[in-house]
Design a protein around this ligand. Structure first.
Ligand SMILES: *Cc1c(COP(=O)(O)O)cnc(C)c1O
Length: 310
């Protein structure tokens, strides 16, 4: 049990509304001529509506970790991200909602002396303590000694640690629920990938004959191995059918060239759905391009997972 010597304690908050299972997010069909002329139906899985402050896969990945942290009596969460990380923002919001302290270890020591960007300012406003580290240290945070040193320097040695992007086995199993919600639905379920944790879980939850398709938003080609490793740790081996559609990173993480911006604004205007630019815009662009190339057989349906909001 918790004693009185646990340091500063945030206001106690009822954790239930955040931690309880939530109803399946809605699926919405949209009529889009770029798909219709290829005989393909397009559906949107509105995971952006799953929680007002932790949208989409961020809620699916964090909720099981938050349950574990609360059950273990932890008072503080520590996690990692870049200066524009949706995961840092979601963790900071979760900390505020649950009355837990949060520490964000941020890539880029040079940012330490500068005004916070909007994303980091929101983290700070939610009570997250930000600790900036060099890119070299950040890259090596998987090494236990480096991790211990970074946590100690951030004053977070006893914290519950959630990895970068939130993708650990608990998170991947949480994302399997996303796949289960889509069982018996479309042939292809597509999702944008950062760490690949969402795809790893989604593929495992889908039913027979369905396949998950991941669109990496970072240039690289390391992601396939990462997804296999995440599935190994979460499920003990490969789970479900999945593939990656490479070549849609538009120059790298958080790059939004004018053509992509125009595509996203047009999609919003056509369908009235807000399009998050870093991940979701690249996913929808990739699906339109693949449909145009005839990559989806006529008579099939594709579901795009809308993993977040602008
Ligand atoms: C974090 C995020 C992703 C990437 O999820 P991974 O599990 O890291 O692949 C996709 N879409 C949105 C909107 C995100 O915020």
């Amino acid at each position: 049990m918790e004693g009185a010597d646990n340091g500063p304690v945030n206001r106690p908050v009822n954790p239930e509304p955040l931690l309880r299972p939530r109803p399946p997010s809605p699926v919405q069909e949209v009529r889009d001529e770029r798909f219709e002329r290829r005989g393909v139906r397009l559906l949107l899985k509105r995971d952006d509506l799953v929680h007002p402050e932790l949208p989409g896969n961020k809620w699916r990945k964090l909720a099981p970790n938050l349950r574990a942290a609360v059950a273990a009596g932890q008072r503080e969460l520590a996690t990692f991200g870049g200066a524009y990380s949706n995961h840092l923002r979601a963790t900071a919001a979760a900390g505020r909602l649950l009355g837990l302290g949060t520490v964000g270890i941020v890539r880029g020591h040079e940012l330490a002396g500068q005004p916070l960007n909007d994303s980091l300012a929101r983290c700070a406003a939610d009570g997250m303590r930000l600790h900036f580290v060099t890119r070299g240290d950040y890259r090596r945070k998987g090494e236990p000694e480096v991790l211990d040193r970074l946590l100690a320097a951030a004053g977070a040695s006893g914290a519950y640690v959630v990895p970068e992007g939130g993708s650990n086995p608990l998170a991947v199993r949480g994302c399997a629920e996303l796949g289960r919600e889509l069982r018996g639905g479309s042939d292809t379920v597509a999702v944008a990938c950062g760490t690949g944790g969402t795809l790893a879980g989604l593929a495992a939850g889908l039913g027979p004959g369905q396949r998950a398709l991941g669109v990496p938003v970072l240039a690289g080609g390391f992601l396939g191995a990462e997804i296999r490793s995440l599935q190994e740790r979460a499920f003990g081996g490969p789970a479900g059918e999945w593939a990656l559609a490479e070549g849609f990173d538009h120059g790298g993480y958080a790059r939004v060239p004018a053509a992509l911006e125009a595509f996203a604004a047009d999609f919003e205007a056509r369908h009235g759905v807000p399009v998050e630019r870093i991940y979701v815009a690249k996913l929808l662009w990739a699906l339109a391009a693949l449909a145009d190339r005839g990559a989806f057989p006529r008579g099939t349906a594709v579901t795009a997972v809308i993993t977040g909001r602008p």
